[in-house]
Design a protein around this ligand. Structure first.
Ligand code: ZN
Length: 289
């Protein structure tokens, strides 16, 4: 039987909704602004119905934090978020009821980690970590073919950071922790300090070295805890010219030759480009069968 899979990339500013199949094809897609759950989710369901319905599965790669405990009464709900209107929103339930088929849901970054490990920059590796550095920072990981979950999903964007000596006066931008990784390296923290995105700062601006240094400290923490074969660094900030190479160089310096693996080979760019979100949803849904 042909699989017809509903795909939802649920982001903080937009939902990308699509229709895919088991051959990794995406047949149609649309964009819906993220406003309130009672508007955005029904709009996504209406669009999916207009594509003919008949879905065999639904895959959702969502912003979080999410309740992913299958035994929980609030499985598939967003939990505590700083995003207005979305705390406690049920994301998975409305799709399950609308289409009467299995629903897979995980974080957007776990979805991207799974898609990149299955088809992209982590293909063939025994483990792959995916970190997005954009309006926020988040990470997911596949180890031995399984996505990492514990009590909940990882929150790699919120690890605590040592402070760069030339950045000591900045309090950080995370509403929960101040100067965690997200609070120091996400796009809004860059604009808060220097008034422009990293890619718009001149090449010699110290911001380039400071952000690379923080991301290198994070890479070392990931290496120390997980020893991933690939660390795939994506997101809008990572598209800054030269940043990936700076992160590799600072990671090599700070690692002092201790860790297995050359950062120039372990730290890589994503391979799936702008489809990574929907392909993440697809990879999650294909795990249902
Ligand atoms: Zn934080």
């Amino acid at each position: 039987m042909d699989e017809k899979i509903a795909l939802i990339e649920a982001g903080g500013t937009k939902f990308i909704v699509g229709v895919g199949d088991a051959s990794r094809r995406i047949h149609a897609r649309t964009r819906i602004d993220t406003t309130r759950p009672e508007e955005t989710i029904p709009a996504a369901i209406d669009w999916l119905r207009a594509q003919g319905g008949g879905y065999t599965a639904v895959g959702i790669a969502s912003f979080g934090p999410l309740d992913l405990d299958p035994a929980s009464a609030t499985w598939g709900h967003i939990t505590r978020t700083a995003k207005p209107h979305w705390s406690d929103a049920d994301v998975a339930g409305p799709f399950a009821r609308a289409f009467d088929c299995p629903v897979a849901i995980d974080t957007d970054v776990n979805g991207a980690a799974l898609a990149e490990w299955t088809w992209g920059a982590g293909e063939g590796a025994n483990s792959a970590l995916y970190l997005t550095v954009g309006t926020g920072v988040g990470g997911g990981a596949v180890v031995g073919g399984r996505l990492i979950h514990g009590l909940s999903h990882p929150e790699m964007g919120h690890i605590r950071m040592p402070r760069h000596p030339d950045d000591a006066g900045f309090d950080g931008h995370c509403p929960f922790h101040g100067d965690c990784l997200e609070g120091l390296a996400a796009g809004p923290s860059i604009i808060a300090r220097w008034g422009a995105s990293l890619s718009d700062l001149p090449g010699g601006h110290p911001g380039h070295e400071i952000i690379a240094w923080y991301l290198a400290q994070a890479a070392l923490s990931f290496q120390a805890i997980l020893s991933p074969s690939r660390m795939i660094f994506g997101g809008g900030v990572m598209e800054t010219q030269g940043l990936l190479d700076r992160v590799r160089a600072r990671t090599a310096e700070a690692g002092a030759g201790y860790f297995v693996g050359d950062p120039a080979e372990v730290i890589v760019a994503p391979a799936l480009g702008h489809d990574a979100g929907l392909l993440g949803a697809l990879a999650l849904a294909l795990r249902l069968s």
